[in-house]
Each structure stands twice: as structure tokens, then as C-alpha cells.
Design a protein around this ligand. Structure first.
Ligand code: ATP
Ligand code: MG
Length: 383
């Protein structure tokens, strides 16, 4: 067998779907997962159960892998440097990945590159948060732990020094940001390979509910064409400057500029397949997962263009109703274009357990079909 082995650290749904995308290419996967029940561990044949925070575990896992890549950003940066020193290609490498691991490092680097960001600085205690608020438009202020957050965990909207105490309890440095009065959230997704080839997906709109991604519309409706092109160029430039290999999601806020012209600020970076790119599985010629696999193996990248005028992705969150399979009959019959992607997770209220993609020519219709399916699977829509 001459096919390479991709070592994937983390057993979540991103690993599951990346593995799926490698199957047609005959790529072999080896997975480092916390438990055998994790989403990807259920489907990958070679699974090592272990703790990604332990260097010996990582080292023994990496043996026999041609490249290491990730389902999440939480592997300690120094462990990744140790794997590289052992001669194992780590993609994205630690020098790039640290910008997705640490929001403080990310902000400092983007400032140095002249990339527009929300007003921000590292704060030391609640009084310092008050000082930060006073330097700008006052409260509310956004506080974020620089490491370890996901799905809005690790992000607080605070309105007073009293409310500002909580984020400091984790003992992790805290980043303060102005609360951006954005008109909407966008994402510019790109994929870059080690020898520098890169592709850019259309800029999408991402709609969050309670801090969690709910719906993604591709392309972002009514987005100014110049602004879209500039956002794509900015994402490609960030990928090149940081030396990213694989998928890079640049989460953006669209804001009205001083002259009324819309512009974008960077919220954060993710260096792995991203929820804002799930639509590409069914809506683009080459999915983010397929291009991530190609990139980490330094294969030529695939065409990122959309297949349909509109594709909408809706996340399926757990509701009160554990039996989602019984909803398939109705959902699949109602919309023959619907694609369901389930992660093999137990249904718990509010937990992301899957997503749906659907597409077509009429945006309102496509949105309705996606929202209906996600709501019906969750149990909040009953007919
Ligand atoms: N400076 C800001 N101003 C206004 N809203 C913000 C700001 N920063 C974050 N938010 C809101 O909080 C959400 C989560 O923030 P962020 O993306 O930094 O957190 P995360 O938990 O690391 O990310 P993810 O949800 O992507 O895993 C954003 O998508 C946005 O809706
Ligand atoms: Mg985010």
C-alpha cells in the first residue's frame, strides 16, 4: 500500500467528515480520540484512545502517520513543536496554529499585518476592564479567555466591573474587545497547501443563535462584490503570512464604515474545517474537507466554486426528542435536494448533533427548506 496515512488529532464531527472526504482518494486515517464513542471514532478503523495533552501519547500516535492534522485547536503548542522536531509534518504547523489557539497572539499578529479588528487589549482585572471601557464607548464590553473557548464558551458580554469578575476565574489571560455593532457575521474561507497554492470559497453569511452557529448562507446575500473580493484577498493574505496549511476560516463582522460604505473586521481565525464551510459538502465543487485533506498532503487543490446559486446550511441541535431518525421520512420526502449529515452523537438539548444542506435558485425557498428540516429533526417544527 502506497497511500499515505493522515493522523487526525481529535474525534469530533470535523474529523468524521474529513475522514469521509479522504475515502474516495484512498487516504488512510488514524485517529487520536478521547473515547471510542466520539463522533469520528465510530467510523475510523484505526483509533487510538488517549489524551492529546500528553506528549508521549502524541508521539506514539504519530508513529506511522505521514502527516498530523487536527479536529480542534487545543493541542499544546509546545507538543506540536516537539512532534515537528521528531520529523513529523504537522499541518497546520505550530507557528501558524498558535494564532487560532490564542486570541491574544492572533490579535497582536493581525495588528502587525494591518488587518482591521475590533478595538481590543489584554486586561488584567475588573478595574482594568472599566479603564478599557472608558477608553472607548463604555460598556458593554466583550471579554474572552485567550485560550480554550468554543461555541461561545469563553466569551462574555459584560456591562459592569462586577460582571467582569467571572472571566478572570479561569486563570487564563483575558482579552477585552469593543462590542462591535455589526450588521451581520460573515466568513471568508480559504485553503492553502504547503507549496503555496490556495483557493478561496465564496464569502458566506453566518447567523448565530445564543452564540452558536445556526445557519450559513452561501454566498452571503447582497454582499458588495468589491467587499467580498477584498475579504477573500485578506483571508488569502492571512493564510500566506501566517504560513497556514489546510483550511482557514476567517470569521468576520460586517460593519457600516464611517462613510456609510460597508467594511469588515476580523473576529477570529480557525485553522481546520469550520462550521461556516459545511455547506461546501453539497454546495461546492470541492468541499472544505476534501481540500483540507489535499492541502495537508500537498496535493493540488480542488475547485472551490459553488454548484448552485444558493446553498444554505442549518445546524441540527438536540431538542427534547431523542429519535431523530424517525424524522427522516418526512424531511427527505419533503425536500429531495436535502442532504442530512449526522454526527453519531447522542441527542442532548442544545448540542450540535448534525447539519443539513440544501440548495437551489430561490434564496427564500432554500432557506425555508433548510430551516424546516433542521427544526423538524430537532422537534421544534412538527409538520
Ligand atoms: N467583539 C465582539 N463584538 C460583538 N460580538 C462579538 C464580539 N466577539 C464575539 N462576538 C460574538 O460572540 C460569538 C462567539 O465569539 P468567538 O467567535 O470569539 O468565540 P468562540 O467561542 O471562540 O468561537 P466559536 O463559536 O466560533 O467556536 C461571535 O460569533 C459573535 O456573535
Ligand atoms: Mg467564533
Amino acid at each position: 500500500m502506497t497511500f499515505p496515512v493522515v493522523g487526525m488529532v481529535g474525534g469530533g464531527q470535523l474529523a468524521r467528515m474529513t475522514h469521509e472526504a479522504g475515502i474516495p482518494l484512498g487516504i488512510k486515517f488514524k485517529l487520536l480520540s478521547d473515547t471510542p464513542q466520539d463522533s469520528a471514532a465510530q467510523v475510523v478503523s484505526e483509533v487510538v484512545i488517549g489524551d492529546y495533552r500528553d506528549l508521549d501519547t502524541l508521539r506514539s500516535f504519530a508513529r506511522g502517520c505521514d502527516v498530523i492534522t487536527f479536529d480542534h485547536e487545543h493541542v499544546p503548542t509546545e507538543h506540536l513543536k516537539a512532534l515537528e522536531a521528531d520529523g513529523i509534518p504537522v499541518r497546520p504547523g505550530p507557528e501558524a496554529l498558535v494564532h487560532a489557539q490564542d486570541k491574544g497572539v492572533m490579535r497582536a499578529r493581525l495588528d502587525a499585518l494591518g488587518v482591521p479588528c475590533p478595538r481590543h487589549r489584554i486586561v488584567s482585572d475588573p478595574e482594568d476592564v472599566v479603564a478599557f471601557a472608558d477608553e472607548g464607548d463604555g460598556f458593554p464590553v466583550i471579554l474572552k479567555t485567550v485560550r480554550g473557548g468554543y461555541d461561545g464558551k469563553g466569551v462574555w458580554v459584560v456591562r459592569s466591573s462586577k460582571e467582569a469578575a467571572e472571566p478572570f476565574r479561569a486563570g487564563v489571560p483575558v482579552l477585552a474587545e469593543e462590542k462591535v455593532p455589526f450588521t451581520r457575521e460573515l466568513a471568508a474561507n480559504v485553503v492553502r497547501s504547503p507549496h503555496g497554492q490556495a483557493v478561496a470559497y465564496p464569502v458566506v453569511e453566518s447567523i448565530q443563535v445564543d452564540g452558536v452557529c445556526d445557519t450559513v448562507i452561501a454566498p452571503a446575500p447582497d454582499l458588495d462584490a468589491d467587499l467580498a473580493a477584498r475579504a477573500q484577498e485578506m483571508a488569502l493574505r492571512i493564510a500566506a503570512e501566517l504560513g497556514v496549511v489546510g483550511h482557514l476560516a476567517v470569521e468576520l463582522f460586517e460593519v457600516p464604515g464611517p462613510d456609510g460604505e460597508p467594511r469588515v473586521l476580523v473576529n477570529e481565525l480557525a485553522m481546520r474545517p469550520h462550521n461556516s464551510g459545511h455547506w461546501t459538502q453539497d454546495g461546492a465543487i470541492t468541499s472544505q474537507f476534501a481540500n483540507h485533506v489535499r492541502a495537508v498532503l500537498d496535493l493540488p487543490l480542488g475547485d472551490p466554486r459553488p454548484r448552485a446559486p444558493w446553498t444554505v446550511m442549518a445546524n441540527v441541535l438536540g431538542g427534547d426528542y431523542p429519535d431523530m431518525y424517525s424524522a427522516y421520512l418526512h424531511c427527505l420526502a419533503r425536500d429531495p435536494q436535502l442532504k442530512i449529515h449526522m454526527y453519531g452523537k447522542d441527542v442532548k438539548p442544545g448540542r450540535k448533533v448534525g447539519h443539513v444542506n440544501t440548495y437551489g435558485d430561490d434564496l427564500a425557498d432554500v432557506r425555508e427548506r433548510a430551516a424546516h428540516a433542521a427544526g423538524y429533526l430537532r422537534g421544534t417544527i412538527t409538520e
